[in-house]
Ligand binder design. Structure first.
Ligand SMILES: Cc1cc2nc3c(=O)[nH]c(=O)nc-3n(C[C@H](O)[C@H](O)[C@H](O)COP(=O)(O)OP(=O)(O)OC[C@H]3O[C@@H](n4cnc5c(N)ncnc54)[C@H](O)[C@@H]3O)c2cc1C
Length: 415
């Protein structure tokens, strides 16, 4: 094969997934990951679209199901915690807000990393700091001071990708903010109890509470009996510099969500004790091309659809499968990267389309709009409409990736 050594920046979802397929096809993969160790837990992601099909081909669907969260569905409550809407996960054929398969991002990343086996080299606590390519390969420099040549480089380092910045240009050219911020953190069972957030069976739901002024608070069950907390709010009036200042992030949250009902005060009180506080803006990554010579972007780095879409994990896993398959077909020639882009472009663009109303549907402006949302959801769930909505969801995603023959892997291993 012309391109045998491949550097992958990012050991999240897309990185290990593409390494899994590339090593099966006979490529030598090195993954650099900036975290010091694999990160467990994190937020819940869902396997939608074609991704369960890919995960099944990897032989990992049972492992994923065994680790999944078993959320019962989405529940909307008012300020007193009174139920307004209940959308079971199985409504709409498992394609609603809560999908058939929900799993913590860290658990999925761990399953994928374990599946890559010993042939893939993982270098933790390390970043790419320089990339220079010529006709034959790419010279990479690392934060450790090491330097190494690779035949190809894949940037799977998330929506704030370093590979994208080094090989394509600054983030501001490609990242399109959607006008909202989101914060997530985990609350251990002990902290939940101490904060007055004792879990009961009703907490097996993804529960959300909206308040006027574009604010949403939510809780999801954690696998250990704890709680995952989430806050989403409109970006108006908040300086973008907040993204660089974790102290300010917490202050803004407390200010924005002051006076909100349901469990909001207890969740805010628990926030300061959480050790995995995460804050970012909702944004989509849109690029004219994900390929520059011997460097390609994969997953959120090239085409994050934003957490608002629920499709990021799907695109990362399907993209990994297609990218590796095309490189196998072209025997590692950079032309395979262009083929990957051609095969994925339409699927990505369809999955970046948000539901009508976009983020505004998630964080309505007024009390009337919140009530209207509850009514609309109840209508969608009504007996006559439910099957029609399910069919509309199913028709949204007709993409079936090409079946890259398993013989490719067999041929590679006998070379
Ligand atoms: C709060 C939140 C909620 C979400 N909810 C959903 C959901 O419900 N459904 C869904 O499908 N998707 C959801 N997503 C999106 C989903 O997590 C991503 O789309 C998916 O994980 C994409 O995988 P990835 O591997 O491309 O990126 P990531 O999972 O972000 O992985 C990138 C990896 O690169 C590493 N990295 C970053 N920079 C560097 C560097 N310079 N050098 C080396 N390593 C680096 C990071 O540490 C990380 O491990 C959500 C995302 C967030 C943030």
């Amino acid at each position: 094969m012309a391109g045998r050594t491949i550097l992958i920046s990012g050991g999240g979802i897309a990185g290990p997934a593409v390494a899994y397929w590339l090593q099966r096809y006979g490529f030598d993969c090195t993954i650099v990951e900036r975290s010091a160790a694999p990160r467990a837990g994190g937020h819940a992601v869902d396997l939608r679209g074609a991704s369960p099909w890919v995960v099944e081909r990897m032989g990992l669907l049972d492992a994923v199901r065994a680790r999944s969260l078993h959320e019962r569905g989405l529940r909307m409550v008012d300020a007193r915690g009174t139920k307004k809407v209940e959308m079971p996960a199985e409504a709409f054929g498992g394609r609603g807000v809560v999908a058939d398969i929900e799993i913590l991002r860290g658990d999925l990343a761990g399953i994928l990393a374990d599946a890559t086996g010993d042939d893939v080299e993982y270098r933790y606590d390390q970043r790419v700091v320089g990339l220079e390519q010529d006709g034959d390969g790419v010279h990479a420099r690392f934060s450790s001071g090491d330097e190494q040549r690779f035949d190809l480089v894949i940037g799977a380092d998330g929506s704030h990708s370093t590979v994208r910045r080094l090989s394509f240009g600054p983030e501001s050219r490609f990242s399109h903010p959607l006008g909202a911020y989101n914060a997530h953190f985990s609350i251990s069972p002990e902290l939940a109890a101490a904060s007055g957030l004792d879990r009961d069976s009703s907490d097996d739901w993804f529960t959300i509470h909206n308040a006027p002024g574009r604010r949403m608070v939510g809780t999801r069950p954690d696998r250990d009996g704890g709680v995952k907390a989430m806050f989403i709010f409109g970006a108006e009036g908040v300086d973008a510099g907040v993204l660089r200042d974790p102290v300010e992030q917490r202050r803004v949250l407390r200010e924005r969500f002051a006076g909100m009902g349901w469990k909001t005060p207890a969740l805010l009180a628990a926030m300061d004790m959480a050790d995995d506080f995460y804050f970012d803006s909702y944004a989509q990554v849109k690029m004219p091309s994900w390929v520059n010579g011997r460097v390609a972007l994969l997953g959120d780095a090239g085409y994050s659809p934003s957490p608002a879409s629920g499709q990021g994990t799907n695109l990362a896993i399907v993209g990994a499968y297609v990218l590796a398959g095309e490189l196998a077909l072209t025997q590692g020639d950079p032309a395979g990267l262009t083929e990957y882009e051609g095969a994925m472009r339409d699927y990505v663009e369809r999955n970046q389309k948000l539901m009508p109303g976009g983020v505004d549907i998630m964080i309505p402006r007024s009390a009337a709009a919140i009530r209207m949302g509850h009514v609309l959801n109840r209508v969608m769930l009504s007996k006559p409409l439910r099957p029609l909505v399910a069919r509309a969801f199913a028709a949204e995603d007709p993409f079936t990736p090409r079946e890259y023959p398993d013989q490719l892997a067999d041929a590679a291993s006998s070379n």
